[in-house]
Design a protein around this ligand. Structure first.
Ligand code: 13P
Length: 235
């Protein structure tokens, strides 16, 4: 299973270091076989000395080696830290920051060519969910346009927009139905994200076709995130 923490715009360089030290010693003691991914803010990236089950990734990067793209980070800046894992297509980038599918495809192609592990996010807004499952699947499949879903280092994260940061988790039935239909097309592992917390981790990880979780808010507390890793180990 894959247990991932997305810090978004939270934690500092100092608190990330403390977090990662605690997480590392927890995973060392636990001896878990699950993969743990952590996406801190770019300012907190570093070359951490970690248990080989833990990877630190980047939340976003520009599709360039280097160049004149003010405010962006390219491959050269990421490579310095030995980072080879990236989140692409997160709903906050799509819906809040206005990233288009074309830009997302460019990023995907660029970091795929670098051999990165890509956690590629898809997910429908509330209005689409209210239209029913056919619209949900059509919307999610449209977010795969231009994406090579046979890429060997791809992990897909299904994160319904209406469940992100809202405390509203999709129901077990909704997750199971959606993942089942997505799985007909996507052979890569699929994670669920959207208000995952300690209290619902066991239930969500028990859903058919759910191969892990991508956690925002609840993961910002290292103790809670460690608890989730502990729960995953016992499933
Ligand atoms: P929350 O866990 O805060 O709902 O965020 C989910 C998410 O967006 C992870 O990428």
């Amino acid at each position: 299973m894959i247990i991932a923490a997305n810090f978004k715009t939270n934690h500092t360089r100092k608190s990330t270091k403390e977090y990662i030290e605690k997480l590392n010693s927890y995973v060392n003691d636990l001896g878990s076989k699950d993969s743990v991914l952590v996406f801190p803010p770019s300012t907190a990236l570093d070359s951490f000395d970690l248990n080989d089950k833990i990877s630190v990734g980047i939340q976003n990067a520009y599709a360039t080696e280097k160049g004149s793209f003010t405010g962006e980070i390219g491959y050269e800046q990421i490579e310095e830290f030995g980072i080879d894992t990236i989140l692409i297509g997160h709903s906050e980038r799509r819906h809040v920051l206005g990233e288009s599918q074309d830009e997302i495809v460019k990023k995907y192609e660029f970091y795929k060519a670098k051999g990165f592990k890509i956690i590629y996010c898809i997910g429908e807004p509330k209005k689409v969910r209210e239209e029913g499952i056919e619209s949900v699947i059509a919307y999610n499949f449209a977010q795969l346009e231009g994406i090579d879903i046979s890429y060997k280092n791809l992990i897909v994260a299904y994160e319904p927009v209406w469940a992100i940061g809202t405390g509203l988790t999709a129901s077990t039935k909704q997750i199971e139905e959606t993942l089942g239909l997505l799985k007909e097309k996507i052979k890569a592992p699929i994670l669920y994200g959207g208000s995952v917390k300690v209290a619902n981790t066991k239930e969500i990880l028990g859903i058919k076709n759910c191969e892990g979780i991508l956690v925002g808010t609840a993961s910002w507390d290292v103790n809670a995130f460690c608890e989730m890793i502990g729960i995953a180990k016992n499933i």
